[in-house]
Design a protein around this ligand. Structure first.
Ligand SMILES: [Zn+2]
Length: 378
């Protein structure tokens, strides 16, 4: 039935659990997303993105997925609740989404609706208890995650330490020479044997790793890891670059790997750590580049209070994602009255490759590939 009371249906979905309702209504969404809310799966609308993997997941922080039915796709946008999700996924309007959820919760007539309204009233205490239990569980989880992040960091060594040879071998293979720069050990370190788990939580082995601290306004948020072999090659795991899970009461947007807080009026920023250090190497170590880890975080980069110009050293991707993120950041900065300049690698994307970045420029062209005039500015 159309024109059901949205509020009655929403509470019915809450009582049944949005997870159950949507599992039945949305066979186009991978069951893996339902089995582990928060896990990334292929987007049911646009499919798999070409570079950063699967971009779709259910929202499960602050409010559990079961209570909201919300989801996000890095490309398609945020859907705050189950109705918004259905409208987007099925291409229907709000009234149809309400009718669809209503039918799933056995609300098809006005009598059903009245009966449900009574049930909703009687269930308030039960829902409050469910909310309290979730918040308690989340608090405990946050304590655990903080402890784990501190534990990993406490087990790391400076990249200059003899034990960090695999880390130095890897960076040397990327022609990066600035791993011993002053202060680097505050943000980028080496772990001799770190456990790697894949997206499904399966253990893949213990490997040496470069560990980088992702922070925001001086406050540590999480750790980014580069899993390696003893010989400094990329570790044979599903994904050798991984961000650690972090507490739900902090946000990573606006974060980056800061070796030092910005000092001058010019800031340099890029996506990856290797890219940042490759640019510093190519520019004779006269500039400091802040890596933001990925394209999404590059978009949300927050410049320091004295910054007047941001140079964005973009990645060139076949998907266009790197340039899109750089343009997005440039637009945001201009709106704040801060100048921004995008620097693209002066190389074409090689046959069979997905992207080219400034680390490739350093490897293929050496210092000659870097803009000379820029050295003077910094
Ligand atoms: Zn999508």
């Amino acid at each position: 039935m159309r024109n059901l009371k949205a509020d009655v249906v929403r509470k019915a979905a809450l009582l049944n659990g949005w997870d159950q309702v949507l599992r039945n209504l949305c066979p186009e969404i991978s069951t893996k997303a339902f089995d582990k809310p928060g896990k990334h799966v292929a987007c049911p609308v646009h499919g798999k993105s070409t570079r950063s993997g699967d971009g779709f997941r259910f929202l499960n922080k602050k409010v559990p997925f079961r209570d909201s039915g919300g989801a996000v796709c890095n490309t398609c946008g945020i859907f705050a609740d189950g109705f918004a999700l259905l409208m987007w996924l099925k291409g229907i309007n709000f009234a149809d989404a309400v009718a669809m959820v209503g039918a799933e919760c056995n609300i098809r007539t006005t009598d059903d609706e009245n009966a449900q309204e009574r049930i909703n009233k009687e269930s308030q205490a039960k829902l409050a208890e469910r909310k309290r239990a979730f918040e308690e569980k989340e608090r405990a989880e946050n304590v655990y995650l903080r402890g784990r992040l501190n534990q990993i960091w406490s087990e790391t060594f400076a990249l200059t330490h003899p034990i960090a040879e695999p880390g130095r071998l890897y960076l040397a293979s990327r022609k990066i020479l600035c791993w011993d720069k002053q202060g680097a050990e505050r943000a980028v370190r080496f772990h001799p044997s770190l456990a790697s788990y894949n997206e499904d939580g399966q253990f893949e082995g213990d490997y040496p790793a470069i560990v980088a601290k992702v922070s925001k306004q001086g406050r540590p948020i999480t750790l980014h890891r580069y899993f390696l072999t003893e010989k400094g090659m990329k570790a044979p795991v599903e994904s050798c670059k991984k961000m650690c899970a972090y507490p739900s009461d902090v946000v990573v947007t606006g974060g980056g790997i800061f070796v030092q807080q910005p000092v001058g009026w010019v800031e340099d920023v890029c996506e990856g750590l290797e890219t940042a250090w490759a640019i510093e190497t190519g520019m004779d170590l006269v500039i400091t580049v802040v890596p933001t880890v990925n394209a999404t975080l590059l978009e949300s980069f927050e410049p320091g209070p004295q910054t007047k110009l941001v140079r964005i050293w973009a990645d060139k991707d076949k998907s266009g994602r790197g340039e899109q993120a750089a343009l997005e950041l440039k637009k945001r900065l201009w709106e704040k009255g801060i100048q921004a300049q995008i620097l693209l690698p002066p190389l074409p994307i090689a046959e069979g490759e997905k992207s080219v970045d400034w680390n490739d420029v350093l490897i293929q062209l050496g210092r000659m590939g870097f803009p000379k005039g820029k050295r003077a500015v910094a």
